[in-house]
Design a protein around this ligand. Structure first.
Ligand SMILES: NC(=O)c1ccc[n+]([C@@H]2O[C@H](COP(=O)([O-])OP(=O)(O)OC[C@H]3O[C@@H](n4cnc5c(N)ncnc54)[C@H](O)[C@@H]3O)[C@@H](O)[C@H]2O)c1
Ligand SMILES: [Fe+2]
Length: 372
């Protein structure tokens, strides 16, 4: 992900040294953590809390499906009871395309808002973060991509994830997409971390099985890439281990029985723990490749990760055998990581190459991005 942010000239100047520098930054800069509310009904409790914070008007950013499913109700009821003013912008689509974020920025300004509730999967959450940074720093979104490009603090964000995958409710990143260039970009700023987040499994029971599977493998990829990368800390290791264990124990159940609240809650926690891990220790080649396919073909992010993860693990095996062995022993998930991951993905019918849209020549055409 880091390398997505570096220009070609910077790469030419010495990617290795720069990556080490970036690693030092992400390792040592303070990263705030949101207050977490967990459990069925927690989105209502989040609304209750925010209603008391004295905001002038709150913008709820979400997508049309979530809005139509009525998932906002507990939150909006609590805001109304608490006397808070809010408006809803529900036009975000997968991968947070720039034109829709620009519409959201205008909506925020038109309604004179001063805070955002990011409500949905990674796409609405990341669109919210981009709106928050752009209204405080009025310049084109493309110029805000990268590290700490906004001088002024983004407006306050609160988050309600409705998928268990991205961990965006606790991360420093917002992934947005440029549909014209066919690329994904990342805005990184520790001040983008939401102030408070609700992990409400009752919002996730209607998540279709294929989205449950893909987003669950996204969380698994965050945890594994954070664990086997070069920038680990004892804290990120603890979070990654907790996430991997929870995902192997609960993803199959959440996939087969979407109404199982316990499995949904544990997957939501796993996704958040994996977010804590990778926002500190970063992700790796699986994400570097998945982002290229997401930008070019709109391959759902978790699905692209599910296709790539076993192959990248097998490729990286000589360099990470010790770490994978540790993961296998501590999480009791078996000793051949790429096969364990493949078995999990196959039992949730996600990631089999035959299901994908990726063709081999893309690896040559996209080589610059893929190498990143
Ligand atoms: N900021 C980060 O740290 C970070 C990390 C990983 C991924 N991402 C980004 O997040 C985006 C992907 O997010 P995502 O995987 O959560 O998917 P998404 O937000 O695009 O949602 C996928 C689909 O699921 C539907 N959906 C979401 N919640 C639902 C629910 N509870 N019930 C029924 N349907 C529901 C949505 O309407 C949408 O159609 C990508 O752009 C990816 O690059 C960001
Ligand atoms: Fe991801």
């Amino acid at each position: 992900m880091l390398s997505d942010l570096l220009s070609d000239s910077v790469r030419a100047a010495g990617l290795g040294a720069l990556m080490k520098g970036a690693g030092l930054v992400t390792r040592f800069i303070p990263i705030p953590q949101p207050t977490l509310l967990v459990g069925p009904g927690s989105s209502g409790r989040l609304g209750q809390a925010i209603a008391g914070f004295g905001h002038r008007k709150i913008l709820i950013v979400t997508d049309g499906i979530i809005s139509q499913l009525g998932l906002l109700r507990s939150l909006t009821d609590a805001l109304t009871v608490g006397g808070a003013n809010y408006v809803v912008f529900d036009e975000i689509t997968p991968d947070a395309p720039i034109p829709l974020i620009e519409k959201g920025i205008e909506f925020f300004k038109m309604h004179d808002c001063d805070a955002i509730v990011a409500f949905g999967g990674g796409s609405p959450m990341d669109a919210s973060k981009a709106i928050a940074v752009a209204v405080a720093n009025p310049k084109p979104l493309r110029n805000l991509a990268g590290y700490l490009k906004g001088l002024r603090s983004p407006v306050k964000i609160y988050a309600v994830p409705t998928t268990a995958g991205t961990g965006s409710e606790v991360t420093v990143a917002a992934v947005i997409s440029d549909p014209v260039a066919g690329k994904k970009m990342v805005i990184v700023d520790p001040r983008l971390v939401p102030k408070m987040a609700a992990l409400d499994p009752s919002l996730m029971t209607g998540l279709p099985p294929h989205v449950t599977a893909a987003t669950g493998i996204d969380a698994l990829t965050h945890a594994i890439e954070a664990f086997v990368g070069n920038w680990t800390t004892p804290y990120s290791d603890g979070m990654a281990l907790a996430a991997v264990g929870l995902i192997f124990e609960n993803l199959r159940t959440a996939y087969r029985d979407g109404n199982n609240l316990e499995a949904r809650e544990k997957m939501a926690l796993a996704s958040t723990y994996a977010g804590f891990a990778f926002t500190r220790a970063n992700v790796g080649y699986v994400h570097a490749i998945a982002h290229q396919f997401g930008g070019k073909y709109h391959t759902p992010h978790g699905f692209a990760n599910a296709i790539m993860l076993p192959y990248v693990l097998r490729y990286s095996l000589p360099a990470i055998t010790g770490r994978l062995a540790l993961l296998a022993v501590l999480d009791e998930v078996g000793h051949r990581a790429h096969l364990e991951v493949m078995a999990l993905a196959e039992s949730c019918q996600v990631g089999h190459p035959g299901h994908g849209a990726i063709v081999v020549h893309d690896f040559d055409q996209g080589a610059d991005g893929v190498k990143a």
